[in-house]
Design a binder for this molecule. Structure first.
Ligand code: ATP
Length: 361
């Protein structure tokens, strides 16, 4: 178990880490997610011993890491720019750490063979980094990091220099390597899709503060606060002063919805949890219709995105993004006309159990 307790770090007057508290289980793939400049890299650098904390404790299996030099912390690092030695060939790059550890030639040979196989680098041993593709260089960086059997591996945006297809392919490989090795990984990224796909746990960092930490599914389905709701995945967030045009105003649900908003709370609902129809009566066939609120609106924009389309619907002063997949777009239960053009009047249905309410940040 890795325990980070009350970590603080400032550069001049900039507070970069503000009382960070995280517990990471052995073998966990922990994604540290946050926008550029929120302090993710600084946190990794402090863990690696490349930066000194102002205060706080970092313990691995109960042992304090702070007093230990970098090379005695049992950690490996993988950076965005791979940081391979340009003057060493692929094999020499991979075994570099083993030589530092003074392992025997026989041990090194066995380890190298195994790593070349695992990371699909056989036959490329003699090539220098500039003779390898970005994907191959990243695999070398991973193999090099894993060579010394680290207890924890720290990765700082390791896939961000690669093109989209390769990134997805390597993401799957990375997950598989992790599954096989069982090493604890702390993975820094600003890409939420990457964090959702890779992480056993995600820690969301904003302005040096860890605002949420948990399983991807639970952070996505039940964001614990407004900051998480706004940052993780697409979300409609409507705040105080909202004037929507309600339709089924007789319902009790509508009353509770507006009381919640008027009492200074934000309402958040995911685009995939809204339903569109050209006539109000179309909703009455829906399951749980009684638990829904129907609003009148107008289509302001339509984005066709292949597997789905996003509709921007205006209702009073509020704007909603509605996600419809192709099945819904072509479904018989919805009349074709509502999906046809900008400016059309539509009805929006919000299921109350899919709405989240938060105090303002
Ligand atoms: P990115 O995703 O862009 O790498 P990040 O979340 O990793 O961002 P950090 O690199 O940790 O963010 O930087 C956090 C803040 O600390 C930034 O405002 C940055 O300018 C500042 N910072 C980082 N290192 C130093 C330094 N050595 N001296 C002064 N300020 C620094």
């Amino acid at each position: 178990m890795l325990e980070l307790v009350g970590l603080k770090k400032s550069f001049g007057s900039t507070k970069v880490l503000q009382d960070i508290q995280i517990n990471i289980e052995e073998g966990c793939f922990y994604c540290l997610l946050g926008p550029s400049g929120c302090g993710k890299t600084t946190l990794l650098r402090c863990l690696a011993g490349l930066e000194k904390l102002d205060s706080g404790e970092m313990r691995h299996d109960g042992k304090e890491l702070g007093p230990l030099p970098s090379h005695k912390r049992g950690l490996s690092l993988v950076f965005q720019n791979y940081a391979l030695w340009p003057h060493l060939n692929l094999a020499e790059n991979i075994v570099y750490g083993l030589r530092v550890q003074k392992q025997t030639e026989h041990q090194i040979e066995i380890k190298l063979k195994q790593l070349l196989q695992t990371y699909r680098l056989e036959g490329l041993e003699k090539r220098f980094p500039n003779e390898l593709s970005g994907g191959q260089q990243q695999r070398v960086a991973l193999a090099r990091a894993m060579a010394i059997d680290p207890k924890i591996i720290l990765m700082d945006e390791p896939l961000s220099n690669l093109d989209a297809n390769l990134r997805k392919a390597l993401r799957r490989e990375l997950k598989e390597f992790h599954r096989q090795s069982g090493t604890t990984v702390i993975y820094v990224t600003h890409d939420q899709e990457e964090a959702l796909a890779l992480g056993d746990q995600i820690g969301l960092m904003l302005n040096g503060v860890l605002v949420a930490s948990g399983k991807p599914e639970s952070l996505y389905d039940r964001p614990p606060n407004l900051a998480t709701a706004q940052f993780l995945g697409e979300m409609n967030c409507l705040s105080l002063g909202l004037e929507v045009e309600p339709r089924n105003s007789s319902s009790q649900q509508l009353g509770s919805l507006f009381t919640a908003i008027e009492s200074g709370r934000s309402l958040c609902i995911r685009p995939e949890h809204l339903t569109l129809a050209s006539a109000e009566k179309d909703f009455s066939v829906e399951k749980d219709f009684q638990q829904s609120v129907v609003l009148k609106g107008q289509i302001e924009a339509i984005e066709f995105l292949g597997s789905h389309s996003t509709y921007l619907v205006v209702s009073g002063a509020a704007k909603f993004q509605v996600r419809l997949n192709h099945k819904e777009r072509n479904s018989q239960s919805h009349s074709q006309s509502i999906y046809s053009k900008i400016g059309d009047s539509v009805f929006l249905s919000l299921k109350l159990d899919q709405c989240h309410f938060y105090p303002e940040n």
